[in-house]
Design a protein around this ligand. Sequence first.
Ligand code: MN3
Length: 255
Amino acid sequence: MKYSLTSKEKDYTMKKIHNRRDFLIETGKAGIATSIGLSVLPTLSFAKSPFALTDFSQQPLPYSYNALEPIIDALTMEIHYTKHAAAYAKNLGEACVAEKVDTTNNTLETLLRNISKYSTKMRNNGGGHYNHELFWKCMKGGAATKPTGKLASSMEQSFGSFEAFKTQFTDVGKNRFGSGWAWLVKTADHKLVIGSTPNQDNPLMDVSELKGTPLLGLDVWEHAYYLKYQNKRADYINNWWNVVNWDFVASRFAV
Ligand code: MN3
């Protein structure tokens, strides 16, 4: 198709793609993609992997700033979302323009898998944006306290018990020196692994030692907890278990 879209038409098309993608996620019926004409659009991977994080721009926070009180206070959430995370998304956009990344035909995950080809700015902000988009979804006020189903049995197999998993994950988060993330990852051979990455790196990146699909991520940068917990990172992590959205984590494990 040689016809070039004007920027207004592009905006409209992207909105349609987003609406359709949200619809697909809602229905979970990938087969419907063809019937509503998604086959002509470039980013069909949306339909194949509804839990992939593909957007280059910041998405609305899935709950209010005070939804995770008293575990995470509203002011921390507001600053974290509107200042820190917003800056990663903005700087990622700048880097994509400067380094000529086609954000319409590529997904964020593809970019991260090839991050060694890009600048440090792209690495820090591409990772920062992805990690926070995932982090918000990994939490929920009044969430279930433990996983069920296949994720639960796989955890028992990999770590001995859910409690043992929590202890190991907590230790990894506590012991990350400086700023970074703790992760539960599904490896290419479908094993569960706990690990950590520095700064805003993540396990999708080709430069990361820890590799796989991140199922659950915990931000242990001081900006994530300092207002309420000050230097007590361990208290933050121990409380954080009460707001983990296990349904979301299980849904990523199942894909
Ligand atoms: Mn953060």
